[in-house]
Design a protein around this ligand. Structure first.
Ligand code: ATP
Ligand code: LTN
Length: 336
């Protein structure tokens, strides 16, 4: 890239709503690290989003810092990217209100994540769960982000953020950059090991369905060994056999080998050998990251310092956008 050229900006986030999974790593964090050279990166821990589902306060507090440590342990360099907690920059909620007044009830009703989560949490279908995508649009538009690297489950939310930005820009004159989703085909959707038709999710109550980024080697091997496959016992990349297809995809993301190479490598071998190889590759990929995580979480002062610097940078951009938005919608501003 030409050094005089302005770098495009990236914004993304993960909710500290549990232990991060291999899906979060391959679908999001790993790509974030790969993008840091070419883009100006801003990474947020979406703690406001996390409380759309009931959280234990002490656990949320701990998971928020752990999530930050996992961002860093995944290889994202704090000199190249800004990190902060969503609740530390109040402009997110300020913008969310304004955007909510420019979002239609019908649009939010169509969001599949809302439908899924309201089924899963039928006793707590709160207003925050419904307006979740508006806050997410605020996260993105506040920073005038060009690209949003996420897994494919978030595509619909980003399309909504684009619609909101376009609507606001046409009603009030150009204000927001219209963002694009950045979704890598291979790692976009890592599936559950227990029910390979569903995505791997950190809030899945079945701990054997997900590999967690902090799982120890023997747990990783055991979970892959037990992963649901089929009775064909041939390692072949066939989307109609979701269990084995998912394992091939995971192995491919971890090793960089393509489907054909993997099929050749395991020709004539059974699922047992293959599952062990996937487990080993996964444990090897996560081991250095786990060591770095252990090291980082012992140094809270360092993590706080990273947050202080990141919040300052994020706040500066956020303040500029919210001032512009408030002016455009007609909020009176006192003379100094
Ligand atoms: P929860 O279960 O609490 O809803 P989650 O595991 O779905 O959480 P999020 O915090 O919603 O995780 O997602 C963080 C990022 O990880 C998003 O970019 C999302 O698209 C990505 N992601 C989550 N699960 C997967 C998956 N199984 N495959 C690929 N990407 C994923
Ligand atoms: N909704 C996202 C997390 C998230 C996010 C964001 C992702 C919150 N704010 C802004 C990208 C950009 C999810 O993955 N469930």
């Amino acid at each position: 890239m030409n050094t005089t050229e302005q770098k495009k900006r990236i914004l993304s986030a993960v909710q500290p709503s549990g232990n991060l999974t291999l899906g979060n790593y391959l679908g999001a964090l790993k790509n974030w690290a790969d993008l840091q050279e070419d883009f100006e990166c801003i990474y947020c821990v979406a703690d406001l989003h996390a409380i759309t589902v009931r959280q234990e306060p002490a656990v949320l507090r701990k998971k928020s810092l752990d999530t930050l440590a996992l961002y860093l342990a995944s290889g994202i360099d704090p000199k190249k990217a800004a990190f902060f907690l969503q609740s530390h920059v109040p402009e997110h909620t300020q913008l969310s209100w304004v955007l909510g007044c420019n979002t239609m009830f019908g649009e939010l009703s169509r969001m599949t994540q809302f439908k899924d989560k309201s089924q899963k949490h039928a006793d707590n279908i709160n207003a925050g769960l419904f307006t979740y995508p508006v806050l997410m649009a605020a996260d993105i538009l506040l920073y005038q982000a060009d690209l949003v690297p996420v897994g494919s489950d978030q595509k619909q939310h980003i399309e909504l953020a684009r619609d909101i930005a376009n609507r606001f820009n046409s009603v009030y004159s150009p204000t927001f950059t219209v963002p694009e989703a950045y979704i890598l085909k291979s790692s976009a959707r890592i599936m559950s090991l227990a029910e390979p038709e569903r995505k791997m999710s950190k809030s899945d109550p079945n701990a054997n369905a997900s590999i967690f980024m902090l799982d120890r080697k023997d747990d990783i091997i055991r979970k892959f060994k037990r992963a649901v496959t089929d009775s064909e016992a041939v390692v072949a990349a066939d989307p109609n056999r979701p269990g084995i297809y998912n394992l091939i995809n995971i192995y491919s993301c971890l090793t960089g080998k393509d489907e054909k190479e993997i099929e050749r490598e395991f020709e004539g071998k059974g699922y047992g050998d293959f599952k062990l190889a996937v487990g080993e590759a996964c444990a090897d990929a996560l081991a250095p990251l786990q060591a770095e995580f252990d090291h980082l979480t012992k140094d809270k002062a360092y993590l706080d310092e990273i947050l202080r610097e990141g919040t300052e940078k994020a706040s500066w951009i956020a303040r500029k956008t919210i001032q512009k938005v408030y002016r455009k919608v007609g909020f009176y501003q006192s003379q100094k």
